[in-house]
Write a protein that binds this ligand. Structure first.
Ligand code: CU
Ligand code: ZN
Length: 211
């Protein structure tokens, strides 16, 4: 359990007075919320985020972000954020713009966090750690990387807000950190294997740890 190093919390000692009363109160509150840190009982390692901010104690994984950049000839771009939740699921929120008005687009996590080819193909195939068939996000069978399709409004902007239990915010087997995120030009038919036949890749991002 790693707290702000400025907070001296050796056993039995009162926390060192801090210059800022609000900060002091916050640190004290977080100490209390985390349970007495003066005990010598071993504790599980803090999440890699390591921040002193009150990251939900039970959440697994680190907040992550994908900045979608247009591929060649495209103007589609956006930002997608991934938040670990206490129940082990991941909340995904974001906005994608530059799409055709009222259009629908396949949207997936791809195997490789590599957008270098300029057409998105370097991101490889769909992220599929469970060796499943391609399918719909909320269907019985699908790749872990099969996300809900994007639907653009009349301005060509799609809002993203869903929760997934198929992905994790780490580099483990189901982890998406360091992988790719792709927006396709066409709708996903959820049937064609293994791609959903959603056409060209119009935006690409690498999923990275967030701030
Ligand atoms: Cu895809
Ligand atoms: Zn798929």
């Amino acid at each position: 359990m790693r707290l702000n190093p400025s907070l001296n919390h050796s056993s039995g000692a009162s926390p060192r007075p801090l210059s800022h009363p609000l900060l002091s109160g916050l640190l004290l509150a977080s100490v209390l919320a985390l349970g007495a840190c003066s005990t010598s009982a071993p504790k599980p390692a803090a999440p890699a985020s390591g921040g002193g901010t009150a990251a939900a104690p039970a959440a697994k994984g680190i907040q992550s972000i994908a900045r979608l950049e247009p591929t060649k000839g495209s103007s589609v771009n956006g930002v997608v954020q991934f938040f670990p939740r206490g129940d082990g699921s991941v909340q995904v929120k974001g906005t994608v713009q530059g799409l055709a008005p009222n259009s629908v687009h396949g949207f997936h996590i791809h195997e490789k966090g590599d957008c270098s080819s300029g057409d998105g193909l370097s991101a490889g195939g769909h992220f599929n750690p469970g060796q499943q068939a391609h399918g719909k996000f909320d269907g019985a069978v699908h790749h872990a990387g099969d996300l809900p399709s994007l639907t653009a409004d009349s301005q060509g902007t799609a809002s993203i807000d869903f929760t997934s239990r198929s992905i994790a915010l780490d580099r483990g087997n189901s982890g998406i950190l360091g992988r790719g995120l792709i927006v396709h030009n066409d709708p996903d038919d959820y049937t064609t294997q293994p791609t959903g036949n959603s056409g060209a890749r119009v935006a690409c991002a690498v999923i990275e740890r967030g701030a």
